[in-house]
Design a protein around this ligand. Structure first.
Ligand code: THU
Length: 127
């Protein structure tokens, strides 16, 4: 299996999800091939929960990455697409990047951001 998908599945093992029990892992690949991973991190207040995708992106940004070309998202048992908030963040740092959904059974679905977030608002709107 692709290293990026394996990284997302492994990151899912670290999910902190005592409230929903829904564990998610993510792995982003930057334009230099570097991989950054994340898991969902929940909070007793619920609303402060951060999704796996944003954890992975923000880890990458804080390590100097700026542009991502692919993300893998691991959930179970069904494949899960990124939430609306994560789609906006992914667009900011990857535009029409590849989004690969995977589950522990090895099922995958490859999508693109433009189909998940059509007509996105971004920096070009601020010109
Ligand atoms: N979650 C993610 O981490 N990524 C997604 O794409 C969907 C939802 C998390 C947030 C929360 O911890 C749990 O899954 C249930 O919504």
């Amino acid at each position: 299996m692709d290293e990026l998908l394996q990284a997302a599945l492994a990151a899912r093992e670290n999910a902190y999800a005592p409230f929903s029990h829904f564990r998610v892992g993510a792995a982003v690949e930057d334009e230099n091939g570097r991989i950054f991973t994340g898991c969902n991190v929940e909070n007793a207040t619920y609303g402060l929960t951060v999704c796996a995708e944003r954890v992975a992106v923000f880890k990458g940004i804080s390590e100097g990455a700026r542009r991502f070309r692919r993300i893998a998202v691991a959930a179970a048992p069904k494949l899960a697409t990124p939430c609306g908030a994560c789609r906006q963040i992914l667009w900011e740092f990857g535009g029409d990047m590849e989004v690969i959904l995977v589950n522990p059974a090895g099922e995958t679905l490859t999508l693109r951001m433009a189909e998940l977030l059509p007509r996105a608002f971004d920096a070009s709107n601020l010109d």
